[in-house]
Unconditional design. Structure first.
Length: 179
């Protein structure tokens, strides 16, 4: 383990500009260093920029000023070593639970994706629901499909936006995520 942080946010600011509204300063002068190993939670009121920080680390957004480094390298595009579970489950209604978990593996051309997806559905307690579609799953089940999809790609850095939301209906601490 090195002393360098795995994620380093240096004096980040981000302003969202809109042609029809005033600009919104979403994050102002935030710095953060996350060492390798621990689980880190960013806690704050709604609208304070938590999701924006995750979007910056994943490469979905670029800062207005400051820098984001992952493993010592600037984040300039979407990172393939980062798994990102959004606050909303994002399950695709035309895909089964199994196919939803397979999605990231499919994009990465992983040959044994079906076996990996099945194993992750088992880990989150949904092995009996692999052939169910979004409308056949509760919100908590859809959230667990999203957890399985995130971890199935074996990310170096898993980012989870509101994984323990009260809408989940099933506490995520009831199963073990071994990574």
């Amino acid at each position: 383990m090195t002393n360098a942080p795995v994620v380093q946010i240096n004096d980040i600011s981000i302003t969202f500009k809109s042609p029809n509204r005033d600009s919104v300063l979403a994050v102002d002068n935030v710095s953060l260093a996350v060492p390798e190993g621990p689980i880190v939670a960013i806690v704050g009121p709604s609208g304070c920029g938590k999701s924006t920080l995750l979007n910056l680390v994943s490469g979905l957004l670029q800062p207005s000023s400051g820098s984001v480094l992952v493993k010592g390298r600037p984040v300039t595009k979407i990172r393939t070593d980062v798994g990102y579970m959004f606050a909303r489950d994002g399950t695709m209604p035309w895909r089964t639970a199994l196919a939803n978990v397979e999605f990231g593996l499919e994009v990465r051309n992983v040959p044994n994706r079906r076996e990996i997806a099945r194993e992750w559905l088992r880990k989150v307690g949904l092995e009996l629901f692999e052939s169910h579609y979004r409308h056949e799953l509760s919100q908590g089940m859809r959230q667990r499909v999203a957890v399985a999809r995130t971890f199935a790609i074996n990310p170096d850095i898993p980012l989870m936006d509101e994984p323990f939301d009260e809408r989940c209906g099933y506490p995520l601490d009831k199963f073990v995520l071994s990574h």
